[in-house]
Structure formats: structure tokens, C-alpha cells
Ligand binder design. Structure first.
Ligand code: ZN
Length: 212
């Protein structure tokens, strides 16, 4: 699949969203590139994030995760569709032995900087636990074709090479977020993580690297 990245368009997004900062502007730009490709995001699926900083009411700098919120389509997402959540609160949750979906949603919602923001994606912790500035997640059709088979590892490695981690299907939520973070730490030079019967996680220091 060819890359749709275009330097002029990226620059235009940076100008248009100047008030939100370049990191978030480029996050919006590449989120839309993913969202406009139906083979990547069936039925509006997929979510994206960027780690950056914000200031609290006292002017203190905070590390935040801007992650896709529910109710917006990646193809048309605006900066407001990627609400900011305090990263320290999210990262701390990884130490818990277990976390119900209900407690997870509540903990994530309570770490929002704006109480009126939409609920962050159910895959928020997965984005938070990975160390990269940019994380892209799609439910790409090609990944489903490769992994909806008896031996997904063989098919994925034949198509994408052996520098891609393949995990079995795991229920989305806290267990999946921990499993992906653990898998990345075991293979820190991998290019991406494939979740069998689910989709693909890619990441990078820049919006372009993660997207491509
Ligand atoms: Zn997913």
C-alpha cells in the first residue's frame, strides 16, 4: 500500500492547528490518512495517539497522551477528537495485577484534562504503555486475512518479515494493553505488533514514521 504522506498537506495542518501545537496537528493529519483508507479502518475502527506536554492550571508542565475519543471518525477527526489524558496516571495502572473494564474506563476518564471531553478509546492504556511518541492502530483487512488462519505467525512473517511481533487474539482492555507492552519490551527493535484476528500497532518518534 503506497504512503499518502504529503509534505505540503502536513505543513497545512500545522498552520491550521497552530494553537494546538505541531505534535497534535501532525497526529490529526496522519489519523485522517489512515481513516480515509477503507482497507485499514473497517467501519470507523482504529485509533491513534501522540504523547506530548500540556500545562495545568498552575502552569506546571504535564506529560499527556492525546488519544482518539469515542464518537469521532478518524477520517474527519479534529484536535478536539483526541482528548488529552495525564500520562503519569495511565502509566501507573500497569502495576495493577488486574483491572475491570469499568474501573479502567473510570480511571482513564478521571485523568482527562477536560471534563467535557469524549471518553478516550478503550485501547487508551495500550497507547499509554508503549514508549513511542506516536502510536497508530488499525484493523487492517490484510492483517485479518493473514491472521484468520490456523498458523498466523507463518503468514505474517512471510508477508511482513520477522521484525514484526505477532500476538494471539486477546480480549481488548487491560490484559491486551499489558501483553502488548510486555511483547514490545521483549522485542524493542520490532517494527510493529500484529494482533491476530484484530489488527496492527505501529509506532515511531514522528507522525510520519509511525504512519508509514
Ligand atoms: Zn483495535
Amino acid at each position: 500500500m503506497p504512503s499518502s504522506w504529503n509534505d505540503d498537506d502536513a505543513l497545512q495542518f500545522c498552520h491550521r492547528s497552530r494553537a494546538h501545537g505541531e505534535a497534535l496537528a501532525l497526529r490529526v493529519y496522519t489519523s485522517r490518512l489512515l481513516g480515509r483508507e477503507p482497507a485499514l479502518v473497517l467501519h470507523g475502527g482504529g485509533n491513534t495517539s501522540v504523547k506530548t506536554t500540556a500545562r495545568d492550571l498552575f502552569g506546571r508542565e504535564l506529560e499527556v497522551l492525546h488519544v482518539k475519543g469515542s464518537g469521532s471518525d478518524l477520517a474527519e477527526v479534529e484536535p478536539s477528537g483526541l482528548p488529552a489524558v495525564r500520562l503519569d496516571v495511565l502509566r501507573e495502572l500497569r502495576a495493577l495485577p488486574s483491572l475491570s473494564d469499568r474501573d479502567m474506563v473510570s480511571a482513564v476518564r478521571s485523568a482527562l484534562l477536560d471534563s467535557r471531553a469524549p471518553n478516550p478509546s478503550v485501547e487508551t492504556l495500550l497507547h499509554a504503555f508503549l514508549p513511542h511518541a506516536y502510536v497508530d492502530h488499525t484493523h487492517a483487512e490484510a492483517i485479518l486475512v493473514l491472521t484468520d488462519q490456523p498458523d498466523p505467525l507463518v503468514h505474517v512473517q512471510a508477508a511482513l518479515g520477522d521484525d514484526v511481533v505477532v500476538l494471539p487474539w486477546i480480549m481488548p482492555g487491560f490484559p491486551l494493553a499489558k501483553a502488548v507492552a510486555d511483547a514490545f519490551e521483549r522485542a524493542p527493535h520490532c517494527r510493529g505488533i500484529v494482533l491476530a484476528k484484530h489488527g496492527l500497532f505501529t509506532f515511531g518518534r514522528t507522525a510520519r514514521e509511525s504512519y508509514e
